[in-house]
Write a protein that binds this ligand. Structure first.
Ligand code: MD3
Ligand code: FE
Length: 217
């Protein structure tokens, strides 16, 4: 067998790893369904294009975003919020693809959270240099539900902090096919993504796509 010297071959899912109480890493969990996920991403962003949102503080985000599902997360000068329509088109966000809902349900169950039926999926697109500064996800009304995140494309360094902004974050490399589930005591942990390194992914080229599933309503 040839050794995997370039760390670019996706490995099959083996078992859950506990990062912190309620935070579970499922390395490679989405690897077997990546083609279906990428096809569905392409359909969603054809209807609701990726865009660089502006924060309430007036900064334009380096990550480009879109959504599918009943609700979508948006930001503008007036604040962060979930909406049922895409502010760009006035149309409802594209429906959640079946392969998205199925993967999110199975991943949450694998991490010990049963019956996860998210109503929102945020799609984040990182190009080299794009980053997400340390923040909490607390715009959702149901904080008892976990968040499921799926990484596709170029690898990223994920920063996982504590429940105080000043807690020093632990760094995890997330690669194509990795899934993470954040619930219980980790649901309000500070987290972010370090600037994406240059690279070329065999399937996605110079980008990383992250899907974040939430119960927002
Ligand atoms: C830990 N996205 O969209 S996903 C976000 O890779 C976001 O695009 C990152 O943070 C990304 O809000 C990270 C992993 C993640 C998502 C939600 C969390 C980790 C989390 C909520 C609580 C704790
Ligand atoms: Fe977040």
């Amino acid at each position: 067998m040839t050794q995997n010297l370039f760390e670019e071959e996706p490995l099959p899912y083996v078992a859950p790893e506990l990062m912190a109480p309620g935070a579970v890493l499922l390395r490679g969990f989405a690897g077997a369904v990546d083609a279906a996920l990428l096809e569905a991403v392409a359909q969603v962003i054809a209807a609701a294009p990726l865009r660089h949102l502006v924060t309430p503080g007036g900064y334009t985000m380096t990550v480009a975003m879109s959504n599918c599902g009943a609700l979508g997360w948006t930001s503008s000068r007036s604040g962060y919020r979930y909406t049922s329509t895409d502010p760009l088109s006035g149309q409802p966000w594209p429906p959640m693809p079946g392969c998205f809902a199925d993967l999110a349900l199975r991943a949450a169950a694998e991490a010990g959270f049963n019956d996860f039926r998210p109503d929102a999926c945020l799609i984040n697109r990182y190009e080299p240099g794009a980053r997400l500064s340390l923040h909490q996800d607390r715009d959702e009304s149901d904080l008892s539900a976990p968040i499921v995140s799926v990484s596709l494309g170029l690898p990223a360094v994920f920063l996982f902090g504590g429940t105080r902004r000043t807690d020093r974050p632990t760094r995890y490399q997330l690669v194509h096919g990795d899934v993470a589930v954040w619930g219980g005591p980790s649901r309000l942990a500070y987290h972010g993504v370090a600037p994406l390194a240059e690279g070329e992914h065999p399937r996605l080229g110079r980008q990383r796509i992250n899907l974040t599933f939430r119960c927002a309503a």
